[in-house]
Structures are given as C-alpha cells and as structure tokens.
Ligand binder design. Structure first.
Ligand code: FES
Length: 155
C-alpha cells in the first residue's frame, strides 16, 4: 500500500455536536452521523469536468451543517461535501496535500486529520498543522434544482 491508498475506503466525516463551519455565519448541527465512522457513499460519476450529486440521496446534506464523504465513479479520492447555509455548499478534496493520503473528519478535534503523518486541516481546508503546507483543494459547486454540480476541472 502506498501513501495515496491509505484510508481510501472509509472517511469518518460526521460530528455529533453543534459547530460552526469556517466562513459560515450560523452555528449549525451536523446530521445523520454514525458513532465513529461513516463509510464513503459511492454516488455520482465524473462527466467531463463535472460531478453531479443528487442531494436527495444524501440525507446528511439536507440541512445546514451536514457533511458527507462522496466517492463518485471516476474520481480517485472521495469528495468532502458540506452544506453551509441555504444553498451554499463547500466541496473539498480528501487528498492530503502532503503525500496524498485520504484525510478523515476527526469528531473529537472537529477538524480533518490525515492518518499518515498527522496533518490537520480546518473545515475550510486550510492547514492547521503540518507537515502539509498547502490547503486541501476546494472545488466550485452550485445548486441546480436538486442537483449539486461540482466542477472538478484541473487548475
Ligand atoms: Fe497527509 Fe503526509 S500524507 S500528512
């Protein structure tokens, strides 16, 4: 197993406490959380430079504060999708910017944690602790009806 494969199957990505997403104005309650770890949901697929996510299939994202790990077909690493307020979402890559392991939500620390070398990232993707030096990649997204359209175009 190389560093890029570590932890790829499960991404514990929920929390049971009230919290505030960085950049969101309201304190919200995360929903749909399991006790310790939640399997990555295999939904959607890459279509060109876009992933469309049917929100009705992800109850964790029904309300502000929801968070889910989504693995679309054709993408190497899960997406970390957060619902902020209203129709605003944040989508981060789960690929650690150090050596490519899959970051996981740490419920106790309330941050994303890399299992390989201990980097920590805020829910806005910014580095809180190295060795990673650059933030997690954020993908632009927009809501179109009941579909969340995520642009995964290479930058
Ligand atoms: Fe994430 Fe090294 S791969 S800290």
């Amino acid at each position: 197993m190389d560093a890029t494969d570590a932890g790829a199957d499960l991404v514990p990505i929920c929390a049971l406490t009230r919290r505030r997403f960085v950049g969101a104005a309201a304190t919200v309650t995360l929903v749909g959380c399991g006790p310790a770890a939640m399997p990555t949901q295999r939904l959607g697929k890459v279509d060109g430079t876009m992933v469309e996510l049917e929100l009705g299939k992800v109850p964790e994202l029904a309300t502000a504060g929801g968070m889910a790990a989504i693995q679309p077909d054709g993408l190497k690493k899960p997406l970390i999708v957060m619902r902020l307020e209203g129709e605003k979402f944040r989508v981060l890559s789960s690929k650690c910017t150090h050596l490519g392991c899959t970051v996981r939500w740490d419920n106790e620390e309330q941050r994303l944690r890399c299992p390989c070398h201990g980097s920590r990232f805020g829910d806005d993707g910014k580095v809180l602790k190295g060795p990673a030096k650059t933030p997690l990649r954020e993908y632009p997204s927009q809501l179109a009806g009941t579909m969340l359209q995520i642009s995964i175009r290479a930058t």
